[in-house]
Write a protein that binds this ligand. Structure first.
Ligand SMILES: Cc1cc2nc3c(=O)[nH]c(=O)nc-3n(C[C@H](O)[C@H](O)[C@H](O)COP(=O)(O)O)c2cc1C
Length: 346
């Protein structure tokens, strides 16, 4: 059914317009009480998928990856679509329009996407207001929300730590976890921050700012993770892991989009990422030991892909591109496949 809709309508529509339209539809449905309950009941994870972590209950191990809901407009809608948690963002300290369109392309034959969005978002203050409103409701407090922060384009690399800290201060009180994104290919030189000597001051500043903000809000410290690119060398992955361990961070999100392709500008997502994503997660698990939280993301289209991430050491998984190609039953298929595995394993 979705295949037909995709072939007849969606793939002929500009990808960004298709995203805006379907996301608006999801938010509209999520605002209609009875309807949203029916959709959530159909698409939701099996009850026995839920588990406890970081002091709260998670409906499943599958989350929506960053970039889909940049401004935290549709958290409840995406939870209704069967995602156990939603990573909003990337949010930057300053509001910014992102790159000029076109900036999102489908590679239908590879079931992949290429994007050079460039962190279009409403800015940390506006997104904090959205999250404050969300958290003022019972359903909003029940949703598990990760907040992914990045550097404002106009901020020079030398002042990156302050820029990230500003976002962390504003957003940490509403986040169930905070992700420092240093791996988008679409902000000039951002990925240079993955070098440990540049990453250390950023992570230290974010830790301090987030702790001050959560203390002032009488909340527990927010778990802090760093999101890395699949294009890092193995040695650089190890170096980031060692820094994460040294600073006592909770973990790593791996991986962002790749620039290792010849399709044009921007980062590639979807199945071409899967093999490297699994490698990076396995490497991180080996290096960080059992306690760290690793969120595996990149190229998950099926329950089997998600299962592989968990098998090589991911604690949680996230996806974005798979949803675009698989449609509304995407999350349901994956969470039900994972739950069936767990039942088989006893
Ligand atoms: C259109 C688009 C926008 C994205 N924007 C962000 C972003 O703002 N921040 C981020 O950390 N990752 C962003 N990503 C990367 C995804 O979160 C994810 O890491 C990547 O797409 C790999 O997962 P997938 O293969 O399931 O899509 C974006 C991906 C796409 C396709």
């Amino acid at each position: 059914m979705y295949r037909l809709l995709f072939d007849l309508v969606l793939r002929r529509t500009d990808p960004e317009k298709a995203h805006a339209g379907t996301f608006a539809l999801i938010r509209t449905v999520a605002a209609v009480p009875l309807l949203r309950d029916v959709v959530a009941a159909v698409l939701g994870a099996p009850r026995d998928s839920s588990f406890g972590m970081w002091g709260r209950s998670w409906p499943s191990r599958l989350g929506l990856a960053a970039g889909f809901d940049k401004d935290a407009h549709g958290v409840l809608g995406m939870a209704m679509m069967g995602f156990g948690f939603v990573e909003i963002g990337t949010v930057t300290a300053l509001p910014q329009p992102g790159n000029e369109p076109p900036r999102l392309w489908r590679l239908v034959d590879r079931r992949a996407l290429r994007n050079r969005m460039g962190f279009n978002n409403a800015g940390a203050e506006a997104v904090a207001a959205h999250l404050r409103r969300l958290r003022a409701t019972r359903r909003g407090r029940a949703a598990v929300v990760g907040v992914n922060i990045g550097k404002s384009r106009v901020t020079p690399l030398e002042r990156a730590a302050d820029d990230y800290a500003t976002s962390a201060r504003l957003l940490a009180p509403y986040a169930d976890y905070l992700v420092v994104n240093v791996s988008s290919p679409n902000t000039p030189n951002l990925r240079d921050l993955q070098a440990v000597e540049s990453l250390r001051p950023v992570l230290e500043a974010v830790r301090v700012a987030a702790d001050e903000a959560t203390t002032a809000a009488h909340r527990a410290p927010v778990p802090l993770l760093v999101k890395i690119a699949p294009d890092l060398s193995d040695d650089d992955v190890d170096a980031v892991a060692d820094l994460v361990a040294e600073l006592g961070l909770e973990g790593v999100v791996a991986v962002n989009t790749t620039i290792a392709h010849d399709e044009g500008p921007g980062g590639l997502s979807g199945p071409p990422l899967l093999a490297r994503g699994l490698d990076v997660v396995a490497r991180l698990r080996d290096r960080l030991g059992p306690a760290a939280v690793i969120i595996g993301v990149g190229g998950i289209s099926t329950g089997a892909d998600a299962r592989e991430y968990l098998a090589v050491g991911a604690t949680l998984v996230e996806a974005y591109t798979g949803l675009i190609y698989e449609g509304p039953f995407f999350a349901r298929r994956i969470t039900h496949a994972l739950a069936a595995d767990e039942r088989r394993a006893g």
